[in-house]
Design a protein. Sequence first.
Length: 286
Amino acid sequence: MHANFHGATVLSDGAKADGHVGGPGVRARLVDMRIAALHTYPVKGCHRLHHGEVRVEPWGLTGDRRWIVIDPDGVGITQRIVAALSLLRVTPARGGIVLNAPGMSALGVAEPVDGPKEDIRVFRHKPPAPARLAEPAAPWLSAFLQRPARLAWQADPTGRPVRNNALPDDRVSFADGYPLLLANEASLEALNGWMDEPLPMTRHTSVPQPSAAPRKWPVSIGPPGTTSAGRSTDEAAISSAGMVLSQPPSSTTPSTGLARSVSSIAIAARLRHSIAVGRTWVSPIE
């Protein structure tokens, strides 16, 4: 575990701007945590990649959601719209990616450094963000998804500001809203207690961000009975880019340092947040 990992923890009341979490109570809760899994999605909505370690950049984890599949209107296509997107497997390659899918030949796609510019939207109601189109991928994606589809690349990772609960200079990839999305296994266990059959972390999907702030904070992000005051779990901007998150070998022994259960997908945390907020109107596009 990198010694500076505390810079990537979720900020709470008493947290300092340099990423150090304030208060002995908060530190005590973090010291026994460890990373259980690290996932990235080279193309937003594709099948996940597993990592033993991954570098944190200001806009998210290295290589995470810098590409996105869009429709003819320039709006992102997600698994909520086309479930087959989950079968898309993407392999990072030098200067690009390789697309693989059932019934399709592999397709290498170079980063369209000089490709056509277009302002795209991750969701229809989100502000536009600059991107470049990888035109050779359009016929391949359209055939696989059986609908018109194009592939866009975030050439400039500083081109998409974080809209809410962030500093003016905070930026994000083509992720839903924030550079890092966190979940912990205690929350997953509690969530599975409400379900007929338990599901693994990878089977959960994020719930759309509520359109209004909840009446009461905080939101529970830890074991039952434990709360973290301040921002919700998936609203922490990157305050110390450049550190490396690592997943220790399978073991019951906590890793050293201020470890934390981290995943690049918002799952139990955002679902619990939605439950705490109650029923709110959200765009059906998400």
